[in-house]
Design a protein around this ligand. Structure first.
Ligand SMILES: Nc1ncnc2c1ncn2[C@@H]1O[C@H](COP(=O)(O)OP(=O)(O)OP(=O)(O)O)[C@@H](O)[C@H]1O
Ligand SMILES: [Mg+2]
Length: 369
């Protein structure tokens, strides 16, 4: 065993190094320099489980702060989401006041129309709406030449809180205040069954789909990290480890971590030890990603996937329908649902394939599904 100071396979855990997301980060930062209301400032981050949505939100929070933004750290869609957002804006905004009050004596009373920093009076706190509070905070920050960035994680587009947030955001944009919003979620979070303001808003927002990481980049990172950890891994075995990640950020962390865990310090990594590490990584991945993905699907969705799992690479629609003993039209309905959910993807005319790594293995290996 080697002490692993590099890999951290755990949800929401900031990686020691964020791989392959430079383009997304850069284009978002450029968006922040556009004028309020620009569509680049409302971003929808979509990706499968373990694709790195949460850690990317935290990275964007840091980078926006460096640009002078006040940031409401990622808030998960929930009933108290709106209150939490206000609290987070206030607490992050306090940084500015602390800095300033170390220079100015007499405190910041009245400076922004707030009695102290970005706090509301007790009456406002108790009686005013979320929209009022967020607008006041945006105004105060815009007047100070600051912007406000709100981050939402685990988007559930049909929740009333998201609806309220979107409405408030649009009104604040209407007042030309400096605000930006990023919402991250599973591809299935934006369902076509939504048919109101939220859907229109999400359709207009800039969509960023988190793609798999490049294998070349993963391999280069493994080479460097194994070296740093004092592990000797022959390049052929290292490439085998790289291929096993299938570009999934979570699997990339798992594979790196288990190699460090199974390896003997001071000895070259044996092929059988790599096999043990990959087995452990895949089994965690199947548990954490594949099972959770399957649990969110309907019985018929899973039947469709089971029918697909009989094929090695890709599956023909007509054969899936036959295996399910249903009509082609019926099978098409499930095809569309699963594509919308990002679980499968179209592959040429009449074919589909799995979009979630190891899902096919999971279905083949476990009689429960
Ligand atoms: N770009 C990346 N480079 C390196 N590691 C990453 C990257 N993105 C994510 N990870 C790692 O992958 C794992 C999953 O990341 P994260 O929790 O952000 O995924 P997620 O998309 O939010 O998943 P979920 O949908 O389940 O919430 C974490 O261990 C994280 O450290
Ligand atoms: Mg997450």
């Amino acid at each position: 065993m080697v002490k692993d100071t590099i890999f951290s396979p755990s949800f929401g855990n900031r990686p020691s190094y964020l791989l392959g997301r430079d383009d997304v980060v850069q284009s978002f930062l450029q968006g922040l320099s556009t004028e309020p209301g620009n569509r680049e400032r409302a971003v929808l981050l979509l990706g499968q489980r373990g694709s790195g949505k949460t850690v990317l939100l935290w990275e964007l929070a840091d980078r926006a702060r460096d640009m002078g933004y006040v940031v409401a750290n990622p808030t998960v869609t929930s009933r108290d989401m709106l209150d939490r957002i206000i609290e987070k804006v206030q607490s992050d905004g306090e940084r500015l006041y602390k800095k300033r009050s170390s220079h100015v004596t007499g405190g910041s009373i009245g400076a922004l129309g707030f009695s102290a920093g970005l706090q509301f009076t007790r009456e406002e706190q108790e009686t005013k709406s979320f929209q009022y509070k967020l607008t006041q905070l945006s105004k105060a920050l815009t007047e100070q030449g600051r912007g406000l960035l709100i981050l939402v994680d685990e988007l559930q587009a049909n929740s009333p809180e998201i609806r309220q947030l979107v409405i408030a955001y649009q009104e604040i944009v209407g007042e030309q205040l400096n605000i930006a919003l990023i919402m991250a979620g599973l591809p299935s979070a934006v369902s076509a069954t939504l048919n109101d303001k939220v859907l229109t808003f999400l359709n207009r927002a800039r969509k960023v789909v988190l793609t798999p990481l490049s294998l070349a980049e993963i391999d280069a990172f493994y080479a460097k990290s194994f070296d740093e950890l004092g592990l000797t891994v022959n390049p052929e075995l290292r490439r085998e480890a790289t291929r096993a990640t299938k570009g999934s950020p979570y699997m990339f962390q798992l594979v790196g971590h288990y190699i460090a865990l199974y390896a003997d310090a001071g000895e070259e990594l044996a092929k059988s030890t790599l096999g043990d590490a990959l087995y452990a990584a895949q089994s965690d991945y199947e548990n954490d990603i594949c099972d959770t993905t399957l649990a969110a699907l309907s019985e018929q969705d899973v039947k469709f996937l089971q029918a697909m799992s009989e094929d090695a690479q890709m599956s023909k629609m007509s054969e899936i329908a036959e295996r399910m003993s249903v009509s082609q039209d019926y099978a098409q309905k499930y095809r569309k649902r699963l594509i919308d959910a990002g679980v499968i993807e179209a592959q040429g005319r009449g074919f589909v394939r799995f979009a979630v790594p190891y899902l096919a293995d999971r279905l083949r290996n476990d009689p429960l599904f």
